[in-house]
Design a protein around this ligand. Structure first.
Ligand code: NAD
Ligand code: USQ
Length: 397
């Protein structure tokens, strides 16, 4: 297939572009490099020494003989270049990763909140409007998040996107209908993904666009079969207080002897997926695009759920680290239960990697190998969800 990968220079996008190219697809990456500029803004860098995209692409060609095309473009700002590119490439599918994806970054200041909403909604809406304008039958595969469901403990396994509700009409006769699962976002970033869902619902209904929304859990790991082929292909690994995700942060903290930063009680249960499963899931979603028509196809892209404190003690036992509970900068429940259905992707052939598979060792090795690149000043999360959270943190300090 002829594919566009929006955000293909990022943590999930880069290994996905390589994986799809390795499986015979014709891949073009579109990226503005805003993520690399955000590293400069924050004064941080990936734990792993990621190479500039042109060098990454040359290395891929050297190693495999396959070409990946690249277009630099701000997808939020440059609608006419986007329509031109779509008109030229007429892609079978577009995989859309190009959003500001860190919850703490989205809560840092009014400017960061506004940027996250403006960027994320503009990219998504520009893509949808352009596909309609050109009359393309392109399948849109979007990376959404489990966080749109919220983390209220509910006595059921979370369904995939939709909920059937029943209600009495004026005569008392019962009716039922399917609705999007009510969203309960916990950050401005998660809110942007909840709003994306409405854009998708509208364009699927109004214009018959074919859309898959992948509600992905927290990604851990860094390398995939393809990024491990050559050091110049190495993937990004964020560990800082804004972009680092919890398990990868714990591994880096343990590697440098920094106490593991468990927020609050650590009773938060979240869904997780290894980066190797991420790239496989996206290939499964792209390859099964023919089955998408009518309503938006929502698939929960998760392998397993874990409690944050359990992960901390797992890493502490494995690497001999200390665990510290820190004042939680976020407004989130102290504890929650979470079970998630992932039947769609299992049905397409996903065989989920779990923490017990042994891949944790690979991530530990990466964390230890590059430990001297860690800047300990940027480990703490200093983005507070509201004034109460900031005051509580200052009181403890
Ligand atoms: P990332 O920040 O590493 O990559 C995003 C890429 O998109 C970057 O290369 C960035 O430069 C690009 N981008 C952003 N705005 C753009 C714009 N306006 N124009 C062009 N390019 C733009 O993020 P990631 O971790 O790879 O996440 C990718 C997607 O997957 C996101 O949408 C995120 O919400 C979703 N997701 C990620 C995780 C995770 O744990 N990393 C979990 C669930 C869902
Ligand atoms: N946490 C800690 N200590 C830390 C960092 C985080 O206890 O040092 C806690 C947080 O308070 C939270 C949980 O760990 O309860 C998860 O935090 P996270 O930063 O790993 O994940 P999150 O902010 O939810 O965001 C990440 C990605 C985002 C994606 C989301 C999937 O950055 O792009 O959408 O995971 S999900 O969480 O399923 O919504």
């Amino acid at each position: 297939m002829n594919l566009l990968i929006l955000g293909g220079d990022g943590f999930c996008g880069w290994p996905t572009a390589l994986h799809l190219s390795a499986h015979g697809h014709d891949v073009t990456i579109v990226d503005s490099f805003v993520r690399r500029r955000i590293d400069d803004e924050l004064g941080v860098r990936s734990l792993t020494p990621i190479r500039p995209l042109p060098e990454r692409l040359r290395s891929w060609r050297d190693v495999t003989g396959s070409e990946i095309d690249f277009v630099e473009m701000d997808l939020a700002e440059d609608y006419s270049s986007l329509t031109e590119l779509l008109a030229t490439k007429r892609p079978d599918a577009v995989v859309h990763f190009a959003e500001q994806r860190a919850a703490p970054y989205s809560m840092k200041s009014p400017a960061h909140k506004r940027y996250t909403i403006q960027n994320n909604l503009a990219v998504t809406h520009n893509l949808l409007a352009a596909v309609v304008e050109l009359g393309l039958d392109t399948h849109i595969v979007h990376l959404g998040t489990m966080g749109v469901y919220g983390y209220e403990s509910v006595p059921m396994d979370l369904p995939e996107g939709y909920l059937t509700v029943s209600y009495p009409d004026r005569t008392g006769r019962n009716h039922s209908r399917e609705i999007l699962y009510p969203t309960q976002p916990g950050s401005v970033y998660h809110l942007s993904k909840s709003l994306d869902q409405l854009l998708f619902q509208f364009y699927a209904n109004n214009d018959g666009l074919r859309i898959t929304d992948l509600h992905q859990g927290i990604v851990w790991g860094t390398q995939t079969d393809e990024t491990a082929l050559d050091p110049r292909l190495i993937n990004r690994f964020d560990y800082d207080g804004d972009f680092g995700t919890v398990l990868n942060r714990f591994l880096v903290e343990a590697a440098i002897g920094y106490p593991l930063t468990v927020h609050g009680t650590g009773g938060q249960t979240r869904a997780f997926i290894n980066i190797r499963d991420t790239v496989r899931c996206i290939r499964l979603a792209v390859d099964s695009g023919a089955e998408v028509s009518g309503r938006v196809r929502v698939m929960n892209q998760v392998s397993e759920t874990h409690r944050v404190s359990d992960l901390a003690y797992l890493v502490a036992d494995l690497l001999g680290a200390d665990v510290e509970t820190v004042s939680n900068p976020r407004k989130e429940a102290d504890e929650n239960q979470l079970e998630v259905r992932n039947d769609h992707l299992l049905g397409l052939g996903l065989q989920p990697i779990s923490l017990s598979t042994g891949l944790l060792t690979e991530s530990v090795e990466i964390a230890q190998k590059y430990a001297d690149r860690v800047d300990t000043d940027h480990i703490r999360c200093t983005s507070y969800w509201n004034r109460d959270r900031r005051d509580a943190a200052e009181e403890v300090a």
